[in-house]
Ligand binder design. Structure first.
Ligand SMILES: Nc1nc2c(c(=O)[nH]1)N[C@H]1C(S)=C(S)[C@@H](COP(=O)(O)O)O[C@H]1N2
Ligand SMILES: [Mo]
Length: 555
């Protein structure tokens, strides 16, 4: 009896004789064998990851490694081009590249089984390494990749052996002219009782076996992937959180201008609509009972707090607008809400930050780091470790169970989600994730105004309408918003009620819209009397600048 690599030779020999179609069918079978092996491997890895560490799923781990390694300009471009769809697109990209390599591995396996296996092993090792580097911490992180590699190699060997059998009997069907040639390759499964019926039945059976095997692997992969998704679902909260009332509650928000002028952003952003920006491909799961917040580094008294300890401290409420440094002029990555939490100044005072420290390096449970000036977390702006937004515990996507919120700073330097530790150190000693990638070390928010209505490019009717939106300058407040229509004069807009210097300000200007194209420009002046600059700045490295301009067509 011969082994498969040897049977491959006669099978190839018949390819020329039976024409291109048979060759193509054979190649397709091997490519499919490669593809399905990779799919099965990734699905197995995904399922295991669902159990031990969701972020270590091969595709996700590679995706995260790609994000981490992507040069900042490319990243900025991607966020620009795809917005928050950048993650699905990245994952699709990783999947497509893997699929191409896997198909290649399958095709190579026909003549060089070891080359095919080598590609699968290299892919598996890369996924394992990616999980180790990006998820780190837990030893379990490499398990999904290791399992995926083993499953991948096993499936490739099995499916290509089925493809080889289908091949060797390929031409023995009704259209095969050289049945004799291929039938010299005898394998146990080819034996069929009745002579004469043998070759036909053998050919059909082997091809059928390949098809059935392929469908089986595809189904198993789909099933395992689904199981992985279910397993990876956040564990139910260990217990329902009962939010204590704030020790220092705020009064109700003033009138929401959006109820009077349609199209303006609501004064308080509904939590479901709150933007989301982070590096996490899977949302970190935090078990509330084992979660601890650690305060350490250059402090006299390092300590740890449980969630209950946090709830037992004085809780303050703060109305704060949070925005992303990656938000373009007029962009959507901004939201305003009421946060409930503990003053960072209280927490840090308890630890006793030593005089030399100028930075608090905060770390999230997924290893992400953010650096914030000690001053910003101890001065009277009242930064907080928030445990709730808009009256409910933080959703997982916004940092459950606790996050930093620093008024006046962009999120990348002051809003660590899934917070795990605060470490007092110096800017000279430690650099955080984004700063390492070239973003500015300090990220004070720039004064900006946005036109929410009318929306650009959407035709509007002539007549009485309103131009309106929001303006913000956290830490300084908004003193004035002005609008310019075409080449007209700057006209002061009506401001909504003041919620405080750290909160955005709604504004509107009644407008008698006349038929034709109009250019609307807005600019804000902050509480110090400084008007935002007209000069455009890119989001990198310290936030966009310039006047928001909208062109509308009035019909
Ligand atoms: N752990 C963690 N926290 C993070 C980030 C992150 O990538 N990981 N991104 C920051 C950035 S850049 C912003 S703008 C805010 C966004 O907060 P949101 O998603 O709740 O709107 O979170 C910050 N906190
Ligand atoms: Mo951000």
């Amino acid at each position: 009896m011969r082994t498969y690599p040897a049977t491959d030779a006669p099978a190839r020999g018949t390819t020329g004789a039976s024409g291109g179609a048979g060759g193509r069918a054979s190649t397709a079978r091997y490519a499919l064998a490669g593809l399905l092996s990779a799919a099965g491997a990734m699905a197995a890895g995904h399922a295991v990851a669902g159990l031990v560490e969701p972020a270590a799923s091969p595709v996700l781990a590679v995706g995260t490694a790609v994000i981490d390694a992507t040069p900042t300009p490319v990243k900025t471009w991607a966020v620009d081009a795809f917005g928050t769809a950048d993650k699905p697109i990245l994952i699709a990209g990783v999947a497509v590249v893997t699929a191409l390599l896997a198909a290649t591995a399958g095709i190579l396996s026909r003549r060089h089984p070891w080359a095919g296996a080598a590609i699968v092993i290299v892919l598996g090792v890369l996924a394992t390494l990616a999980a180790h580097l990006t998820v780190g911490q837990s030893q379990m992180a490499i398990l999904p990749g290791v399992i995926a590699t083993i499953v991948g190699v096993a499936l490739l060997s099995w499916l290509t052996s089925l493809a080889a059998r289908a091949d060797s009997t390929r031409t023995s069907g009704p259209s095969g002219p050289d049945t004799q040639g291929t039938r010299e390759v005898e394998r146990p499964t080819d034996h069929v009782a009745e002579p004469g019926g043998a070759s036909l039945a053998g050919a059909g059976a082997d091809r059928r076996t390949f098809v059935i095997g392929s469908i089986g692997v595809a189904a198993a992969a789909a099933g395992l992937a689904a199981v992985g998704q279910v397993w990876a679902r956040p564990a139910q909260l260990a217990r329902a959180i009962v939010l204590p009332p704030a020790t220092e509650p705020l009064g109700p928000l003033p009138t929401d201008l959006a109820t009077e002028v349609s199209g303006i952003s609501p004064l308080r952003t509904p939590t479901a609509d709150f933007y989301r920006i982070d590096t996490a491909l899977t949302l970190p799961r935090v078990d509330l009972d084992s979660w601890r917040l650690r305060i350490d580094g250059d402090v006299d008294n390092p300590y740890e707090l449980s969630f209950d300890d946090l709830l037992a401290m004085p809780l303050i409420e703060r109305d704060i607008t949070l925005n992303c440094v990656s938000n373009e002029v007029g962009g959507p990555y901004i939201g305003s809400t009421r946060w409930l939490g503990v003053r960072t100044s209280d927490l840090l005072a308890e630890a006793g930050v030593r005089p030399g420290a100028d930075q608090i390096l905060s770390r999230s449970v997924d290893g992400m780091t953010i650096s914030t000036p000690v001053a910003a977390l101890t001065d009277d702006r009242e930064a907080l470790i928030a445990i709730a937004m808009d009256g409910a515990p933080l959703p997982q996507r916004n940092g459950f169970p606790a996050r930093l919120v620093t008024p006046g700073l962009y999120g990348y330097v002051g809003a660590t989600k899934w917070l795990e530790s605060l470490t007092a150190t110096t800017y000279a000693a430690e650099r955080a994730y984004w700063t390492e990638r070239g973003w500015a070390e300090l990220g004070p928010v720039k004064t900006q105004a946005r036109i929410d209505t009318p929306a650009p490019l959407r035709p509007i009717r002539s007549g009485q309408t309103a131009i309106g939106g929001v303006a913000w300058a956290q830490g300084r407040g908004i003193e004035r918003v002005e609008v310019r229509i075409d080449d007209g004069p700057w006209t002061e807009a009506t401001l909504g009620d003041d919620v405080g210097i750290d909160y955005w300000r709604q504004w509107y200007l009644p407008w008698e819209a006349t038929t034709g194209r109009h250019t609307l420009v807005v600019r804000a002046t902050d509480g110090t009397g400084e008007t935002q600059t007209e000069e455009r700045a890119d989001v990198f490295p310290d936030g966009a600048a310039g006047w928001h301009t909208v062109v509308v067509t009035v019909a």
